[in-house]
Design a protein around this ligand. Structure first.
Ligand code: HEC
Length: 474
């Protein structure tokens, strides 16, 4: 099947030769070839001594250095023997406990482009390397470390939007900040790829990018009603790769759109820990409107209300697709009490399929899961997100088990959002694609908000009509 959308890992790819395009679509398989050929060395015969040069370097270059290299979030670089050697025991521990590389999808459901999970054989190999005293081997024969010579993994963007510089103070441990980002473009554009470049990497925990109408302000987007006008474009967190839509797919950026970044800063507070952040987003555009429009579905529960001490609070949201749809990726988003999230398709014939199951959600990793094949689902399918939250004292991340917790922006509030990039298969049906999906019990409230807005619009139009041109005649 043709691949519709893909993520490339955060490394330079420049102009794409055909082989690289294939690599992008088969990233999991090709990463080794692209970064560190040959990688057939990831197994070593029983008697053989495991060395950095022959076995370990290819393995780490393939699975670890997207994060473990200079200028990235991870605490140390693993690009050379001398850098990796002091970490050998630690590497054995975190890989054998499957803490690294970070990944949270239940392997029973779906195959994902980003999946960095090591095989038992690879974990065993690292263990044997450490047991042998972590030898270098013949460094002459070690593979060249992958180069990351361009600032932008996807190459120079068509437009770069930089947030205003923001000072993250020494005292900050956790801080959310909305930033409005200048957009000098006054024509509609079609986004073909998105890459976020965090500024103060040590403190940027994650970043979310939204498009909003020109009249939006930080105050309006933070309030319930204004947030309905936001379009989620994409985000960044450690290990999150740039997002590329397929050649004929793009996301609409209306004329004069405003861009808003929601920044979450997180660091160990203390003297000298602060700094200036200036995060930017690079956008690549199609020359003209692409054949297919991609939009983001938000499956959200803005009225969750978790009692103190509750160990298993259930929340969720669902959407029935009116047309055949293609789902490109899934991004679970919760905060510190987030425990699990599952995306399920309930087909019109009554059968169900789990699209993504994250049984042990970890707020520290804001990962996106891109199925190896984009998921095509027939009209009438319900896409359901089921989440659970642990507000008990048994949750080690829980800042306060005695608190009643509701939806909000702070880490100590909660969120329940399942983001999905999607399109309808038939371009004729792509003019008006649903985006913000709330649970049924909220729909009445939203209808009221809509009515209020309609009324306000009418009043405004009437007021304008009186002061100048004739109105609609009534
Ligand atoms: C998605 C990014 C990412 C990938 C991929 C990744 N790491 Fe990490 N790693 C981190 C970050 C960030 C930390 C810091 C841990 C934290 O703050 O939770 C870390 C921590 C570690 C530590 C512990 C360091 C300490 O301070 O004790 C080791 C060891 C480690 N990683 C090894 C690996 C190995 C080996 C791989 C590949 C098999 C790998 N990592 C893949 C991001 C990554």
């Amino acid at each position: 099947m043709r691949h519709l959308m893909t993520r490339s890992m955060n490394r330079p790819i420049g102009p794409l030769p055909a082989a690289s395009i294939l690599c992008l679509t088969l990233l999991a398989l090709c990463a080794s070839t692209a970064l560190a050929a040959p990688s057939a060395n990831n197994t070593a015969k029983d008697a053989e001594v495991v060395t950095w040069a022959e076995h370990v370097a290819p393995l780490l270059f393939e699975n670890c250095v997207t994060c473990h290299r200079p200028g990235q979030t991870a605490p140390m670089s693993l690009l050379s023997y001398s850098e990796a050697r002091p970490w050998a025991k630690s590497i054995r521990q975190v890989t054998s406990e499957r803490i690294m590389p970070p990944w949270f999808a239940n392997p029973a459901h779906g195959e994902f482009v980003e999946d960095p999970t090591l095989t038992e054989g690879e974990i065993d190999l690292l263990g044997r390397w450490v047991a042998a005293g972590a030898p270098a081997g013949d460094l002459e024969k070690a593979p060249e470390p992958p180069t990351f010579d361009s600032d932008w993994g996807l190459g120079e963007p068509d437009a770069v939007f930089a947030a205003p510089a923001y000072e993250v103070a020494d005292e900050v441990e956790d801080h959310y900040q909305w930033l409005e980002v200048e957009n000098p473009l006054d024509e509609e554009r079609w986004i073909s790829a998105i890459e976020v470049k965090p500024g103060f990497v040590e403190a940027v925990h994650h970043q979310l990018t939204y498009l909003a109408p020109p009249e939006a302000t930080i105050e309006s987007v933070q309030s319930g009603a204004g947030s309905l006008d936001l379009t989620f474009v994409g985000g960044w967190g450690p290990g999150v790769a740039p997002l590329e839509f397929a050649p004929n797919h793009g996301m609409r950026m209306p004329a004069k759109s405003k861009l808003f970044f929601q920044m979450h800063y997180h660091k160990t507070p203390g003297p000298g820990s602060g700094g200036i952040d200036q995060t930017s987003i690079g956008l690549h555009f199609h020359d003209e409107k692409p054949e297919n429009v991609v939009t983001t579905l938000w499956l959200v529960d803005p009225i969750l209300d978790i009692p103190p001490g509750e160990a298993n609070y259930a929340s969720g949201s669902s959407f029935v697709t009116p047309h055949e749809a293609v789902l490109f990726d899934y991004t679970p988003h919760m905060h510190l009490r987030g425990k699990s999230m599952k995306f399920t398709a309930e087909y019109p014939d009554g059968t169900q399929e789990v699209l993504l199951d994250v049984p042990n959600y970890d707020f520290n990793w804001q990962l996106t899961y891109t199925p190896v094949e984009p998921k095509v689902i027939p009209a009438g399918t319900t896409i359901r997100v089921d989440a659970s939250f642990d507000n008990s004292a048994d949750n080690p991340s829980n800042p306060d088990p005695t608190a009643r917790v509701r939806f909000g922006e702070k880490t100590t509030d909660e969120m329940m959002v399942g983001f999905i990039h999607y399109t309808f298969t038939d371009p004729a049906q792509q003019a008006d694609m649903p985006s913000f999906i709330v649970p049924d019990r909220m729909k009445a409230q939203f209808e009221q908000i809509e009515k209020m807005r309609e009324q306000q619009k009418k009043q405004k139009a009437e007021a304008e009509g009186e002061s100048g041109e004739s109105g609609d005649g009534r």
